[in-house]
Ligand binder design. Structure first.
Ligand code: AMP
Length: 196
């Protein structure tokens, strides 16, 4: 099963990814996590990506697509995988379609988590306070100014994926503002393997 999560930053993609991993036994492929790991390890990709990420901009399509292509060739992706944070542009979606076609595979569902902007900002403030309470520094791109910029980047560059996947009859939009459990249950409804 190949599933894509679509939604603005803070929509709950990471939280719901944990549910999908547990319920369906497929790995979560978060390009944000992969890029942060590359930055930490100071790989050539990481060095290139750091400033772009800190500013809330998108890393180049070619770099991200190459990371994903390499990852989905690994054995644990054979039963399928969940893409979280990729594709982020129409160009990336086209690259993904080409990659999957080459491998004789296809996307099963694109789940869009819809969350109002004021709720996203509330969640951000909560996340920052929680991180501080743990005595950890917040992520460089987790501040209100960069967050609002990332939301704009989402609207400009990622939201065009909504009609893109609608045209492929793959898009399933969900209210992402319910409880974690309610959203998980709605996801199970879509993926057809609800477990009560
Ligand atoms: P995320 O954890 O998904 O919010 O991603 C954090 C940051 O990593 C983003 O703001 C981008 O700078 C970068 N990033 C993650 N995924 C992608 C992608 N598919 N395309 C371009 N940049 C990405």
């Amino acid at each position: 099963m190949i599933v894509i999560f679509l939604g603005p930053p803070g929509a709950g993609k990471g939280t719901q990814a944990a549910h999908i991993v547990k319920t369906y036994g497929i790995p979560q492929l978060s390009t944000g996590d992969m890029l942060r790991a590359a930055v930490k390890a100071q790989t050539p990709v990481g060095k290139q990506a750091k400033a772009v990420m800190d500013a809330g901009n998108l890393v180049s399509d070619d770099i991200v697509a190459a990371i994903v292509e390499e990852r989905i060739e690994q054995q644990d992706c054979e039963p399928g995988f969940l893409l979280d944070g990729f594709p982020r542009t129409v160009a990336q979606a086209e690259m993904l379609d080409a990659m999957l076609t080459k491998k004789g595979r296809s996307i099963d569902a694109v789940i869009e988590l819809k969350v109002d902007e004021d709720v996203l900002l509330e969640r951000l403030r909560y996340r920052i306070a929680e991180t501080r309470a743990r005595g950890e520094p917040p992520r460089k791109d987790d501040n209100e100014e960069t967050f609002k910029y990332r939301l704009q980047v989402y609207k400009d560059q990622t939201a065009p994926l909504i009609p893109y996947y609608e045209n492929q009859s793959k898009l399933k939009a969900l209210d992402g503002m319910g409880t974690v459990e309610a959203v998980s249950a709605a996801i199970d409804g879509i993926l057809g393997e609800g477990r009560g």
